[in-house]
Design a protein around this ligand. Structure first.
Ligand code: PMP
Length: 353
């Protein structure tokens, strides 16, 4: 605690991002980035946007991108919100929709940023325990108990497990007066998006990102889709922080990335194929793996502690992620890389067990 910090700064428990090593010698499978480069069309659009117009402020409403995204998903532009990565969109959503007088519900094993936002906004999280197979117990979210809103990723992180759309409908219908946020950071790797439910459910907010399936983690572009009422709520919060949403480069890169459907399909299909193969191979090496619908695997070995495996793999030049939290402290999260990277990972893993 510094004497210069406000009580708020002193009380925070900030998120610790995954390691971004300065040298490129590691096979980096620790932060769920896409191993393939962004669409060449997106790269060209970014280069083209880096012109003399950079002296001008960007469009505060991100009109071009909002319209392109609305077209892509068959929504009205008034049902789309854009932010600097989905982390920022989520931060605004916590502020816009969760009432500090009531607990906000999320699974006990989930994206660890949710706890950080809850703390920042003075909310009380109520953690709903996943069952032994890491399934989300719907009943605990639909039992009519008093709460201020619900948030969860689908697929969940870091378990990689997908919740079927019919369960999301149940969540929405049993909580009509509360906002239900579905964080779809990994939805493009084999899940069915809840975006199609937006026109029917005014309490649904779907959050997405270009960081994973569009290989643009470095550009920082995220979205929210919801009823006009919810999007207006997000705009109120955004315009109280920083009204210039995206910079000019991100805006044009994002539009071009969304337009390059063929490249998106090709690279996500490759990631999915590699995931299925590697998932089978880690099981052959004696690991247990959840049924992943994301761009990462969640695996554990019956005899070797995850931290030990993490350290052994690191020594061999492969970076993965392990978790200190209870219940998952014996699991590794392994992002899906290229086939060559995953072969090197498998060779290193085989030497560890
Ligand atoms: N949600 C989940 C579940 C994530 O794992 C991540 C990535 N760490 C994010 C949101 C944030 O992604 P970004 O800010 O890059 O859009």
């Amino acid at each position: 605690m510094s004497k210069f910090w406000s009580p708020l700064a002193g009380a925070l428990e900030p998120y610790v991002p995954g390691e971004q090593p300065k040298d490129k010698t590691y096979i980096k499978l620790n932060t769920n980035e896409n191993p393939y480069p962004p669409s060449p069309k997106a790269l060209k659009a970014i280069a083209d946007a880096a012109d003399a117009d950079l002296r001008l402020y960007p469009d505060p409403t991100c009109d071009l991108l909002v319209r392109e995204t609305a077209r892509y998903y068959g929504l009205s532009p008034k049902q789309v919100f854009v932010g600097n990565g989905s982390d920022e969109v989520l931060a605004f959503a916590f502020a816009a929709f969760f009432d500090p007088a009531k607990p906000v519900l999320f699974p006990d094993i989930t994206y660890s940023f949710y706890k950080v936002y809850a703390k920042f906004y003075g909310l009380t999280p109520k953690l709903i325990p996943l069952d032994d197979d890491f399934n989300i117990p719907l009943g605990s979210f639909t039992d009519g108990g008093e709460h201020g809103g619900i948030i969860m990723p689908n697929p969940n992180a870091p378990t990689a497990k997908l919740m079927p759309l019919r369960d999301i409908v149940t969540l929405l219908e049993s909580n009509p007066d509360r906002v239900v946020i579905i964080d779809e950071a990994y939805i493009d790797f084999g899940g069915e998006s809840a975006v199609k439910l937006v026109p029917q459910y005014p309490n649904l907010l779907v959050v997405q990102t270009l960081s994973k399936s569009r290989s643009l983690a470095g550009l920082r572009v995220g979205f929210a889709f919801g009823s006009e009422e919810l999007i207006e709520g997000l705009d109120r919060i955004k315009n109280s922080f920083n009204s210039y949403t995206l910079d000019r480069l991100a805006l044009h890169g994002a539009v071009a990335a969304l337009q390059d459907e063929a490249y998106f399909r090709e690279t996500t299909d490759k990631v999915i194929r590699t995931r299925e193969r590697v998932s089978r191979q880690v099981v052959e090496l004696g690991f247990k793996a959840t049924d992943s619908r994301a761009n990462f695997l969640f695996i554990s070995h019956p005899d070797i502690a995850a931290k030990e495996l993490f350290l052994r793999l690191r020594e061999k030049g492969v970076l993965v992620r392990y978790f200190a939290s209870p219940r998952i402290d014996n699991y590794l999260r392994v992002s899906i890389g290229t086939d060559e990277e995953m072969n090197a990972f498998l060779t290193a893993l085989e030497a560890c067990v």
